[in-house]
Every structure is written in structure tokens, then in C-alpha cells.
Design a binder for this molecule. Structure first.
Ligand code: 13P
Ligand code: SF4
Length: 361
């Protein structure tokens, strides 16, 4: 173990307790790996019960975390909603720091733990609260929408949050409420460009990038089309617009999962973080997953080992200054209070192929 103590053993009891999980993940996990993972999974699930804790696991967690110990799994929007309604005493965020901060902002009285506090995000790191105050001065009277991939300090300065699952809905609603036809949407430039093509509302964007999704380009999609002509290509809206233009579908990680589970394509490519395909593949054995993908180094900091340590030692506790939390809560809660969509929103690819300019800050 990380603290030098004896590794947990793969016993008959562990094997029995984890066998339904093994059945689910065995196409993606080797038997050798499982002998190391199963004892940790059993120990984590015991600790959760003892401590009245839940684990919120993002779609980019590896399968042994996602299927093995996640109580609630999903996209950023789904996890924020679950945090808001959770009655557990402890939330362990199997994801990155901005997600844990969002949980803390929504649940100030709960203990929120992140197994590795260095699990950051290039988008969240791209902008500060001071930047948002300057943007507000430069664009007085315009609503400011922040992607949830931001720090609590940034959320505290904006009017409402959004995720890739509801960005178009949020932009249109806030423009209607404020009686304006332009909205600031930050910090992801590509998400902003992709949203701009879905709406008549003018978008003012910041130049932040997701280091995972910015690496895909149109040439990648063209190569995939040539090599796998029958495959459905699904892209995340944090990708450059040229990638969405060339894809068959675009939506949040939950929307991509929904597409595969309902349409059951014979072959599929998920243009996103690598673990996503592994997790969906465990639930969709009839679909073949073609695997060009990029790893998120921040998401990959979270492991069974550090989740176990987090629960055992109540670490690392996420704290947010009370004043920042109160203001950030308003922005996140406004998003959560919006009527949920019946199915995760998809980006209309006909619209995505029309060029619409955004104003860059
Ligand atoms: P979703 O909101 O689609 O889950 O994606 C956000 C993301 O990239 C998390 O890092
Ligand atoms: Fe941030 Fe991109 Fe990693 Fe998501 S995938 S945590 S947006 S760097």
C-alpha cells in the first residue's frame, strides 16, 4: 500500500463480494490486475458503509473505479445533481478538483474528500476570479456563464454555470432573462465556438482549452473514416469545431453513453478521454470500440489506492472559503434548478457545420 502497510489479500470472501463487479469489467481488466484490485474494491466498499460515504465517479475514471466503487457515475452535470441531493456524511470525488469544489459548494456541511488534490484541469487553470471581474468591467450588462470546469473562485464571480450537457439551454435562458442577445461563455474557447453554432445568441469567449480534447483534429477524423467506414464517430464538444463538423454525433460524456446504449452501433469511436470507452464497453458488449483517445493526466491521478487512503484517513478534505462558496452556490444552483432535459442534449451537427464567429476576449 501507499503507506507501506501490507497489501490487502485476495481472499475467498473478497472474491465472493466482488464477483458481480468482475463479471462486468472482465473484458477490460486482466485476471492478474483483478487480484490486486478486488481486495481494494471490497475494502473501499466496506469503508463507505462504515463511514456513511458515497463516491461520485466521473465517466473518465478507469473501469475498476467506475464500475467497482462508484455509487453515482456520470457527467459533470449528473455528478453535481447527485452531490446536491446526497444525504451521505462524506462525499469522495473520484474526479478532478473543480468537481470536488462543486460538491463542497453545494454541500457545505458535508465532508468532501479528493483522493489527490493535484488532480487539476487545464480549463480551470486558465482563468481567475480577477479575470472575470475585468471581463465584467469590459462587458457591463452582459450575463457571464461559466463552464463548471472552473474554480469556486471563478464561479463566485459569474451569473450561472453550465456543463457541456446544458450549455446551449443555459445561454439561451440567461439571454432571455436578461433581455440581451450576447452572452459571455467562459473559459473553453472550443465549447464556446460549438455552442455559438447552435444558437442565435452572440457568444463572447475566453481562450481556455481542454488539453485532452484540443489535440484531436479533422485529419484524425478523416483517417478514422477511411480506416473504419462503418464506425459511428462521437465527439465531445470540448473538441475543436472542425472535429464536430466531421463527426456523426456530439454531446457530453453522458450523451455519448446514451447514444451507444440506445443505438447499439456495430462499431464506434469516442473522441474523448480513453477511459470513457472502457466504461461504456463494459455495458455494451455488442459494440466494438475503436480506440483513438487521449488520456487526461489529471483524471488519471485518481486510483483505487488513493481512494482507499482517502476514506481510511479522511483525506484530502476540500475546503472553500465561506463567502466564495455562498456566491458560487448561487451560480451552480441556478444551473441545477433549470428543468432537466429528458435526454442528454446533443449538438445539432447540421448547425455545427455552419460557421459562426465568436468574439474572443
Ligand atoms: P462532461 O461534463 O461531458 O462529463 O465532461 C467534462 C469533462 O471534460 C470533465 O473533465
Ligand atoms: Fe480538464 Fe480536459 Fe481533463 Fe476534463 S479532460 S479534467 S476538461 S483537462
Amino acid at each position: 500500500m501507499a503507506d507501506g502497510s501490507t497489501p490487502l489479500a485476495f481472499s475467498a470472501a473478497v472474491e465472493a463480494a466482488t464477483s458481480p463487479i468482475w463479471d462486468k469489467v472482465k473484458a477490460r481488466v486482466t485476471p492478474l490486475e483483478w487480484r490486486l484490485q478486488a481486495p481494494l474494491i471490497a475494502a473501499i466498499n466496506d469503508l463507505k458503509r462504515q463511514k456513511n460515504a458515497v463516491i461520485l465517479a466521473h465517466n473518465y475514471m478507469t473501469p475498476e473505479i467506475f464500475h467497482g466503487v462508484g455509487d453515482f457515475v456520470g457527467d459533470s452535470l449528473g455528478l453535481a445533481r447527485e452531490a446536491a441531493r446526497s444525504d451521505a456524511a462524506i462525499i469522495v470525488q473520484a474526479g478532478v478538483l473543480f468537481m470536488a469544489e462543486t460538491s463542497k459548494v453545494l454541500c457545505p456541511d458535508k465532508t468532501v474528500l479528493i483522493p489527490d488534490p493535484l488532480a487539476g484541469c487545464s480549463l480551470a487553470a486558465s482563468i481567475t476570479g480577477a479575470d472575470v471581474r475585468l471581463i465584467r468591467q469590459r462587458h457591463p450588462g452582459l450575463p457571464i456563464v461559466a463552464y463548471v470546469n472552473t474554480t469556486a473562485e471563478v464561479k463566485a464571480e459569474v451569473d450561472i454555470c453550465c456543463t457541456s450537457a446544458n450549455a446551449v439551454q443555459v445561454v439561451e435562458q440567461v439571454a432571455r432573462e436578461w433581455g440581451v442577445n450576447r452572452v459571455v461563455l467562459l473559459p473553453d474557447e472550443f465549447l464556446a465556438r460549438n455552442v455559438a453554432r447552435q444558437t442565435e445568441i452572440g457568444i463572447i469567449a475566453w481562450q481556455g482549452r481542454c488539453e485532452v480534447h484540443e489535440r484531436f483534429d479533422a485529419a484524425d477524423i478523416a483517417e478514422l473514416r477511411a480506416a473504419y467506414p462503418g464506425a459511428d464517430i462521437l465527439a465531445h464538444p470540448e473538441c475543436p469545431t472542425e472535429v464536430l463538423e466531421a463527426s456523426d454525433f456530439a454531446g457530453s460524456t453522458a450523451a455519448m453513453t446514451d447514444y451507444v446504449m440506445h443505438r447499439k452501433p456495430r462499431q464506434v469511436v469516442l473522441i474523448t478521454e480513453c477511459s470513457m470507452a472502457d466504461n461504456v464497453a463494459c455495458d455494451a458488449p455488442e459494440t466494438e470500440f475503436i480506440r483513438p483517445c487521449n488520456l487526461c493526466p489529471h483524471m488519471k491521478r485518481i486510483s483505487l489506492e488513493n481512494i482507499y487512503e482517502a476514506l481510511l484517513r479522511d483525506r484530502y478534505e476540500v475546503t472553500v472559503d465561506a463567502d466564495i462558496a455562498a456566491r458560487a452556490r448561487l451560480a451552480v444552483q441556478r444551473m441545477i434548478d433549470m428543468p432537466p432535459l429528458a435526454v442528454p442534449a446533443r449538438y445539432d451537427l447540421l448547425k455545427a457545420r455552419h460557421h459562426v464567429d465568436v468574439e474572443l476576449i
